[in-house]
Design a protein around this ligand. Structure first.
Ligand SMILES: Nc1ncnc2c1ncn2[C@@H]1O[C@H](COP(=O)(O)OP(=O)(O)O)[C@@H](O)[C@H]1O
Ligand SMILES: [Mg+2]
Length: 253
């Protein structure tokens, strides 16, 4: 068992409010893990701490055994740990393919002058990016919509495009914050099967915040439960489901 991502006793305060309170989690490489808890439990803030959007007040975050808690989001992305990117308003009028090609990380071509005389290396890189974008759209079932404007996507398709854009950065691990929000039953089912395929065929590791219990319980190997900034418990879906504290945290909320 290899731990890919580990948070140790991380704390995040917003003024007088402790949003994340000595929280520790360890995600095994190749696993699909869930992060659940009532609204305001600190799930999104923990994601922000894991991906460099916030720095912890104390505690450490390790990815591939190296500390990342002092790094910036783009540096963490280069290490292979990526969260989904919301499709910004200005991107919604662009096609899916254009959205894919604008995903971050190591692109040549924007450098001044390249648009006039493109060196062969740049052309080869562009070709590579295009092939990669088309391949990923195929994997997530959006290939037939590649020339469609993102604004015309359904809620579930938009979520899938967010995952697809994150895949453009060639991650080892993806953090998904409510990937099935706004998705229909059928889209949710598809999203789940794409996530399983990405783990199986590409060895990707996942940490997923999700409110739909049937998604979490069917998809995840291990679940972390947060409440009031703390980790309430963790375990297999069965273990977590039967835990009286978990039931109480949800019913009490
Ligand atoms: N930027 C912020 N400034 C102040 N308080 C925040 C900020 N972000 C989150 N919080 C607070 O931190 C707590 C945890 O929020 P959050 O991480 O968004 O919870 P969850 O994602 O589990 O619903 C909440 O009480 C929320 O109001
Ligand atoms: Mg949240």
């Amino acid at each position: 068992m290899t731990i890919l991502l580990e948070a140790k006793e991380v704390v995040k305060d917003f003024g007088g409010l402790r949003a994340v309170d000595h929280c520790s989690i360890a995600v095994e490489r190749g696993s699909i893990c869930g992060l659940i808890g009532p609204n305001g439990a600190g799930k999104t803030t923990l994601f922000d701490l894991l991906t460099g959007f916030y720095k912890p007040n104390s505690g450490t975050v390790l990815f591939k055994d190296k500390r990342i808690d002092a790094l910036e989001p783009h540096q963490i992305c280069l290490q292979g740990l990526v969260r989904t990117f919301q499709i910004a308003r200005e991107l919604k009028n662009m096609t899916l393919l254009e959205n894919m090609l604008l995903a971050p990380k190591g692109q040549y071509g924007e450098h001044l002058g390249y648009s006039i005389a493109r060196p062969p290396k740049v052309l080869a890189r562009e070709r590579e990016n295009l092939d990669r974008a088309l391949g990923i759209l195929e994997i997530v079932g959006l290939n037939h919509l590649k020339n469609e404007a993102a604004v015309n996507l359904s809620g579930g398709q938009r979520k899938m495009l967010e995952v697809a854009r994150a895949l453009m950065t060639d991650p080892e691990m993806l953090l998904l914050d409510e990937p099935t929000a706004g998705a229909t039953f059928e889209e949710t089912r598809k999203l789940m099967s794409y996530i399983e395929d990405l783990r199986k065929d590409h060895g990707l590791t996942f940490l997923i915040v999700e409110h739909k219990m049937e998604v979490i319980m069917n998809l995840c190997d291990r679940i972390f439960v947060m409440n009031n900034g703390r980790k309430l418990t963790e375990g297999t879906p069965r273990e977590v489901q039967r835990n009286p504290q978990v039931i109480e945290a949800y019913l009490g909320a």
